[in-house]
Ligand binder design. Structure first.
Ligand SMILES: *Cc1c(COP(=O)(O)O)cnc(C)c1O
Length: 412
């Protein structure tokens, strides 16, 4: 049974039916949702999982002997195993549920405050989201460690030769995002990790923007920490994960004290629970964790190869058609990028474009995208950012191009 047809058409019309929100109207026009880099939309299977949890087995986990508690605990722990498998972590206890990427980064930064000393060095990249800058600045203030920055070039890529020069035996930690949320650049994290390990520094990769588009293998990457948020991967808000190598997670002190994270408590001394519970104080977002697992199943049912090739098609189509608009400039022009287009039109404030295209039912983001240093680099106040997902279409991109042209004639 040989198939000569290599190219399997992506069934986007069928996929769109999985997302109830995509059939609503905004300002009398069909919704065109191009703010996927801020949060993704939610398929019916994930909505159903949330309704099912609260309708049928809502209970606190790990504590009760009663049936509902056991059902909830089983579902929550199964979700952890799904996430483990998805990221190819060696052990399920290396997956810590957090409220999201920001929480996960703060958990690690807080842990390192007891491991760093004055004049140790931390390296971040110029392409970071604020959530991957501020916690490290706070950590440096606390410990006297020094923050160094890998610079970027005009294409929106990190300059690896400059990174080489920053690395030394004083480097203890390197933090870099896998994909930039503002520009879409895919960073060469394999190389960054390898070079950091050569000087015995640990690496945390912020995968918030990568995980909707690709399937990272944490063991193959040999990354020390990898973090992500469910709400950018078709899951709900308020849940995310920290992967950490167990050797590192055992070394870090707990982040918050409370129930769930202890083994034994007396007023003299408390001993902490084993991984992963050491880092999961209090009642977690049980429903969110379960729904995160369902979202991962959903993405895998579509397949990351199919997602990547279709989104790349959308990116190329949008890039070509937007660039036909005179005066339009795209920021982030690396050949290694995902389906994010950050742009401006000469002489027009990005906010004004965003407002006009919204009147036509199109959701884009305007502003600095929580990445002010990148905007400062380009000496601009912000950009219009259109970010595409596998449920978007070329017809929607046509609508965007039309709307941007219209905004231009109205504003210039
Ligand atoms: C969205 C995002 C974050 C923050 O994620 P939260 O879910 O808001 O915690 C961090 N880094 C990158 C690259 C992002 O895209």
């Amino acid at each position: 049974m040989k198939s000569t047809n290599q190219h399997i058409t992506f069934k986007v019309d069928k996929i769109r039916k999985d997302f109830p929100i995509l059939s609503r109207k905004v300002n009398g026009k069909p919704l065109v949702y191009f703010d996927n880099a801020a949060t993704s939309q939610t398929p019916q299977v994930v909505i159903d999982a949330i309704v099912n949890y609260y309708s049928n087995y809502n209970a606190n986990i790990h504590r009760g002997v009663h049936t509902l508690s056991q059902e909830a605990t089983d579902a929550y722990e199964q979700a952890r195993q799904k996430i483990q498998k998805h990221f190819n972590a060696q052990h399920s206890h290396e997956i810590i549920f957090t409220s999201g990427t920001t929480h996960a980064i703060n958990l690690v930064a807080n842990g390192f405050s007891s491991l760093l000393k004055k004049d140790d060095e931390i390296i971040v990249s110029a392409l970071e989201h604020h959530s991957n800058i501020v916690p490290w600045q706070m950590l440096c203030e606390q410990t006297g460690a020094i923050l160094k920055v890998i610079p970027m070039n005009q294409e929106g890529e990190l300059i690896i030769s400059a990174y080489d020069k920053l690395l030394s035996e004083n480097t203890k930690l390197v933090f870099v995002n896998h994909i930039s949320n503002a520009l879409g650049t895919i960073n060469p994290i394999e190389e960054i990790i390898k070079k950091a390990h050569d000087v015995n520094a640990a690496v945390l990769v912020d995968g918030a923007q990568a995980c909707p588009h690709l399937k990272p293998d944490v063991q193959a990457l040999d990354v020390d920490f990898y973090v992500a948020s469910a709400h950018k991967m078709c899951g709900p808000t308020g849940i995310g994960m920290l992967y950490g190598k167990s050797t590192w997670l055992n070394k870090l002190p707990p982040y918050q004290g409370g129930g769930e994270m202890i083994e034994e408590v007396t007023f003299e001394k408390t001993t902490y629970a084993d991984l992963p519970y050491k880092f999961e104080a209090g009642t977690p977002n049980i429903c969110g964790g379960i729904a995160f697992g369902v979202a991962i199943d959903y993405l895998n049912s579509i397949g990351f190869d199919a997602i990547a090739s279709y989104e790349n098609e959308l990116l190329n189509y949008a890039t070509q058609n937007l660039l036909e608009i005179e005066g339009l400039k795209i920021y982030g022009t690396s050949p290694n990028k995902t389906s994010v287009i950050s742009f401006n039109i000469e002489g027009i404030h990005p906010y004004d474009i965003g407002t006009i295209v919204d009147k036509l039912g199109i959701a884009v983001r305007t502003g600095h995208h929580c990445a002010q240093p990148i905007m400062d680099f380009y000496e601009i106040p912000g950009t219009v950012r259109a970010s595409f997902s596998f449920y978007n279409t070329k017809e929607e991109i046509d609508a965007l191009v039309y709307a941007v042209k219209k905004a231009k004639t109205m504003l210039l």
